[in-house]
Design a protein around this ligand. Structure first.
Ligand SMILES: [Zn+2]
Length: 290
């Protein structure tokens, strides 16, 4: 009996799963979470290839891929949550960025093409790391799929339970594409993005520049952007939120300057390489992240 109990507890494998709660290392807040970090990582790992395919597949240029990984790695290394972060540049020309549970982060060629310097790239990747660090995406999946379905997916993908891995992956990808973050979560991810990019040595002005790019896109290219801004509208108060946050913190205030980005040339060289990358033939469906 004692052994049976032990097996049960171990197969649960985590305290958070038994209580359904976890503490966010980014904000210190208690969040509902029904699967372990290990399961969360397994979900992301299994779903990443199919998710990349949905957005045209990875850009077939190792130099560009290494560049995005390097900038992403800089903000991930100083994040509040230790996860096996990985960064993917995908071919879709629709501007977007996403974070899967477990730290797999995607940015489209379309978004990179519309940015103008490296600190904007650090800002968007820092924002996505923020969604992972504060566990927004896993909470969103819980809402989308329901707690028990998510636990089952996690158990199958984590190898603890037998079932169709392909079927579970499809469920994850579908729910990620439907995922919506709350306005509060967007603001939090923007603030965490500022935190991580500043820790990594970037001027937090890049976050304001990034949001200005999104603002312009939401006005000028709305029809082309499809679901991104239709279902997940960009809100102009995000810039105010970031400005206030920078003003209120001495470290960010000191790091903020109006100087041009010293890494802009390198970014432009990389962005030029995207000229040779053809977008996928079939325009991909859009998920709802910004
Ligand atoms: Zn976001």
């Amino acid at each position: 009996m004692a052994i049976m109990m032990l097996v049960f507890v171990l197969s649960g494998g985590f305290v958070g799963g038994l209580t359904g709660c976890a503490t966010s290392p980014a904000t210190g807040e208690t969040v509902p979470k029904f699967i372990s970090d290990e399961q969360e990582i397994a979900i992301g790992e299994e779903a990443a290839p199919q998710f990349a395919n949905e957005f045209g597949g990875e850009v077939d240029d190792p130099v560009l891929r290494r560049y995005v990984s390097r900038v992403g790695g800089q903000v991930a290394a100083v994040s509040d949550r230790d996860m096996p972060y990985e960064f993917y540049l995908v071919r879709s020309d629709v501007p977007n960025a996403f974070a899967l549970p477990g730290g797999k982060i995607f940015i489209t060629a379309g978004l990179m093409r519309r940015m103008t310097n490296q600190r904007q790239l650090a800002a968007v990747l820092g924002h996505e790391v923020g969604h992972v660090a504060d566990m927004h995406n896993i909470q969103g999946m819980q809402r989308q799929m329901g707690q028990s379905a998510l636990v089952k997916v996690a158990q199958v993908l984590g190898g603890e339970k037998y079932g169709s891995v392909a079927g579970q992956v499809t469920q994850v990808v579908t729910s990620m594409k439907l995922l919506e973050y709350s306005r509060d979560q967007e603001h939090t991810a923007d603030r965490l993005g500022v935190r991580y990019m500043t820790r990594a040595g970037y001027n937090p002005r890049g976050m304001i520049e990034l949001l200005s790019v999104l603002d312009r896109l939401s006005n000028e290219e709305k029809s082309k952007l499809g679901e991104l801004f239709r279902t997940h509208p960009y809100s102009s108060d995000r810039i105010d939120n970031v400005r206030e946050h920078i003003q209120a913190n001495e470290t960010y205030r000191r790091a903020f300057t109006n100087e041009p980005d010293p890494k802009a040339d390198e970014f432009h060289r990389m962005r030029n390489r995207l000229k040779d990358i053809k977008p996928p033939v079939k325009p991909p469906d859009n998920a709802r992240e910004a």
